[in-house]
Design a protein around this ligand. Structure first.
Ligand SMILES: [Zn+2]
Length: 223
């Protein structure tokens, strides 16, 4: 009898929680639609014939991920408050699509990704820049969104993080798509300005490297 009463109490307590969940879900439909449309636009514009799907996921972490078998891309609820534009959302999804392209290469590639995470993170960032440009998004948004959510690496983690990671993306754009730096839509952006401030040393090294090779990209006008 006690068990039955206990079950009834649990049931009564859980019903409002379920309803609240459904109501929240209803409010979140626009997020799902936006994420889905952005993902498929990136696939179509880049002529990518690999199957991937795009989901808004009810997780609190500030993160996004791709499932290695199903190739489902998940943008976590915890990341949503950090995204300020379509370009920034496209940046996150592009990075996950880039991982998806590697995952589609099969088991050996998947093992390589686990063994050398830093290498494949860098590759995903650079592929993300290409995917964004081809789909009409501003690739500097990848730097902008990462500047908001990426901390400095701690010695215990092998993940490429922090200013160094952002500087590598910057160099890729500097070299391959300098027009985005010359006509920089993000010049007044708070988070881009913070990137410029925190990456002075790294960007000076990049400039030096290109000058030594007698390459003076138009992007130098930014500095
Ligand atoms: Zn990644």
């Amino acid at each position: 009898m006690k068990k039955i009463i206990l079950c009834l109490i649990i049931l009564m307590l859980s019903v409002p929680a379920c309803m609240a969940d459904e109501l929240r879900l209803d409010k979140e439909i626009p997020y799902q639609k936006k994420i889905m449309a952005t993902g498929f636009r990136l696939l179509n514009a880049n002529n990518l014939d690999k199957r991937m799907t795009f989901y808004y996921c009810n997780e609190k972490d500030v993160n996004a991920k791709i499932y290695s078998i199903s190739k489902k891309i998940c943008i976590y609820k915890g990341l949503i408050p950090f995204i300020d534009s379509d370009d920034e959302l496209a940046a996150i999804i592009s990075h996950e699509i880039a991982h998806g392209l590697d995952l589609h290469e099969g088991l050996l590639r998947r093992m390589a990704m686990n063994l050398r995470p830093v290498k494949y993170e860098k590759k995903a960032d650079q592929t993300a820049v290409d995917l964004m440009v081809n789909a009409g998004y501003n690739p500097l948004a990848l730097i902008v969104i990462l500047n908001k959510v990426t901390g400095e690496p701690c010695f215990a983690t092998s993940r490429s993080n922090g200013t160094k990671r952002l500087a590598v993306i910057y160099e890729y754009i500097y070299n391959k798509y300098p027009a985005y730096l010359v006509y920089n839509d993000y010049r007044e952006n708070l988070y881009y300005q913070n990137f410029l401030l925190t990456s002075k040393h790294e960007r000076a090294q990049i400039r030096q490297k290109y000058l030594e090779n007698n390459i003076k990209p138009v992007a130098d006008r930014e500095n």
